[in-house]
Design a protein around this ligand. Structure first.
Ligand code: NAP
Length: 589
């Protein structure tokens, strides 16, 4: 059984893989604003606008890039900087900063912001009276510690004396509107702050050359995905498997999309037609019904515009008020989050309506409770060196039944069932600059990717082979049963034979009574794993965020403490150093 509310959504609060292409377009003046376009912007000794980002999967970085681009279009010297590169001394001299900060896991800072955060919260952190700032937080309201990283950052800056130019804005997974509103206010405010600093003379201002030309606008994004043709959709899972894993090849055609190993694609899914029919019947509505403020009829909106599987908060609240369902009302009255989660387990929007079979709901009211359909990210499983104009994807179709009803993950079953050869899938590139093979081709690489987590590592291995990288490669892979669930077995066996894979350690969890997971294999090989790290190794995790990534992280700490003869604190410090050196990278969902 799978928790409806948890499946397929990016399971970290840093659900920030949504590409932001184009969503700043409205904010970018057409070149005739008072301050002129980028081409007019010649800046001499001006105070820069620093746009700093903390990112997990790349979206905060993309938003920051868009902010930077719009800032430059408005004549500012906007610098977009990864928080892992920001030294406290340099930060203490900044005058105007816009932060875009995602939240990881249970309210934690993204990996790339950890050292900055450590320095900012240290007892000797500098006073920041000279700083003016605003924070855009990214998160997922389904999580208790929604946007926590942005919140604590905002609070700490205030404690240190920095002046907030605009209240923090916290964005849920459908962040565009809030982010747009924040930027629409934050940029002009920054501009006037910078103008007044330039007039009064800002010691931090460095002479700069001409503003960088605005980067070309990204053509394909969430709002205008590219219709990519399916070239292959075949089962990876063998006969008798309890899973339905797919290998898909999707043509990028004339899109002009170029990608790197480690990137993902965002797929705009189409909702399940049986569920749409059932909802229309339950609401007593016709698919052709017009919906105010939308240019498509109800049936089409349910197909491509709204999330109709996971019940959103507003729908739960409205149904609770009207359904007269004693259990749900008791939970709501107690405010018991765990009980609510258990209640919602395996219930979709149709189940919520059916809590009271006699309940009449106006179809237009029903859609007003729904959230926009989100894209789902899939890590690319191929290297662009081998396959520049198409991407491989590894998809696990999520299916379950409950009380006699069949359910399916929104995007995974759409891809598995509705996207055979030649069908067009709406997608866009979601670059993940934080998840790359080492620049140093001789560096050892350790990759931990059970289940669909193996996808980017297939791309990494292809890439390293194509580059002729002499560095050693170690893959930890696992899934349910070896006979049926060893995805890409032939590929990995061939890579082992050729010597590309120095080590391949496998953990099949359901071949025996006792569960064996990738972290058990890590422990068994702890001494060697630690030796690889000591020799400059890079450590990567991809896959499930809720349990696997957490447990693998714990195993890594234990191994370092044991093999390095370190205290828990020292092992923690060792891992922090790996993170700051960008040698511990995660792509988890
Ligand atoms: P999975 O089927 O959930 O698990 C893969 C292997 O990891 C199984 O052997 C599993 O064992 C094991 N495992 C379970 N708990 C673990 C833990 N705490 N530590 C280490 N290993 C553990 O993985 P998946 O195929 O990657 O699917 C994960 C979820 O991600 C699915 O819900 C999928 O829909 C979603 N998702 C998939 C994609 C994609 O298809 N590319 C993208 C985004 C999200 P047991 O099950 O035997 O315990």
């Amino acid at each position: 059984m799978t928790n409806i509310s948890a499946h397929e959504n990016a399971n970290t609060q840093a659900n920030e893989r949504t590409l932001v292409a184009g969503f700043l377009d409205k904010l970018t003046p057409g070149g005739s604003s008072g301050k002129g376009g980028a081409s007019e912007a010649r800046q001499v000794a001006t105070t820069p606008l620093n746009v700093l980002y903390g990112t997990v999967t790349g979206t905060a970085e993309l938003i920051a890039q868009d902010v930077g681009r719009a800032g430059r279009d408005q004549g500012m010297d906007a610098k977009v900087i990864d928080l892992s590169l920001v030294e406290m001394d340099a930060f203490a001299n900044m005058k105007c900063v816009l932060f875009v900060c995602a939240t990881y896991g249970e309210g934690e800072m993204p990996d790339n912001a950890l050292l900055f955060w450590e320095a900012l919260t240290a007892p000797d952190a500098p006073r920041l009276e000279g700083l003016q700032y605003s924070v855009l937080g990214l998160g997922d309201q389904a999580y208790e510690h929604f946007c926590n990283a942005g919140k604590i950052l905002d609070r700490r800056l205030e404690e240190l004396g920095a002046k907030r130019i605009l209240p923090r804005v916290d964005c849920d997974i459908d962040y565009e509107e809030n982010a747009e509103a924040w930027m629409a206010e934050a940029l002009p405010l920054s501009q006037s702050i910078i103008a007044s600093l330039n007039t009064t003379g800002d010691a931090s201002a460095a002479a700069t050359s001409e503003a960088e030309p605005a980067a070309p606008k990204k053509a394909w994004g969430r709002k205008n995905p590219y219709p990519a043709t399916v070239l292959e959709n075949r089962k990876l899972s063998g006969e008798g498997s309890t899973k339905d894993m797919r290998h898909m090849v999707v043509d990028l055609g004339d899109s002009g999309i170029t990608y790197e190993a480690g990137d993902s694609v965002g797929v705009m899914p189409v909702n399940n037609s049986a569920l749409i029919e059932q909802l229309l019947a339950r609401l007593g509505a016709d698919a052709g019904m017009a919906v105010p403020d939308h240019d498509k009829p109800l049936g089409e909106l349910l197909r491509t515009h709204f999330e109709i599987l996971t019940p959103p908060r507003s729908l739960i609240q409205e149904i609770e008020k009207r359904a007269g369902h004693s259990e749900l009302s008791a939970i709501a009255a107690n405010g018991d989050k765990e009980a609510l989660e258990a209640f919602l387990w395996n219930r979709d929007t149709l189940d919520m309506l059916n809590l009271n079979p006699g309940l009449q709901v106006d179809p237009l009211e029903f859609v007003s409770w729904l959230k926009p359909l989100q894209h789902r990210s899939y890590s690319i499983a191929s290297s662009p060196i081998l396959q520049p104009t198409a991407v491989d994807l590894t998809v696990a179709a999520l299916r379950w039944t409950s009380e006699g009803r069949a359910y399916g993950g929104v995007a995974s079953t759409y891809l598995a069932d509705d996207c055979p050869l030649d069908v067009k899938i709406p997608l866009f590139l979601a670059p993940n600059r934080s998840f790359r093979i080492p620049e140093d081709n001789t560096a050892p690489v350790i990759m931990v990717g059970p289940g669909t987590g193996v996808a980017p590592f297939r791309a990494f291995l292809q890439e390293r082979e194509a580059l002729g990288a002499p560095g050693r490669n170690w893959l930890f892979f696992g899934d349910r049963n070896r006979a049926m669930d060893f995805a890409y077995e032939d590929d990995f066996n061939a890579m082992s034979t050729s010597g590309l894979l120095t080590r391949l350690d496998l953990a099949f969890s359901r071949d025996r009574d006792e569960k064996i997971y990738v972290q058990n294999r890590m422990h068994e090989n702890g001494r060697e794993l630690f030796a690889w790290l000591e020799e400059g190794g890079y450590f990567y995790i991809c896959g499930d965020a809720t349990r696997m990534a957490h447990d693998v992280d714990a195993a890594l700490h234990e191994i370092i403490a044991r093999e390095g003869d370190m205290s828990e604190d020292k092992a923690f410090g060792y891992v922090s150093r790996l993170k700051s050196e960008k040698r511990y990278l995660r792509d988890v969902y």
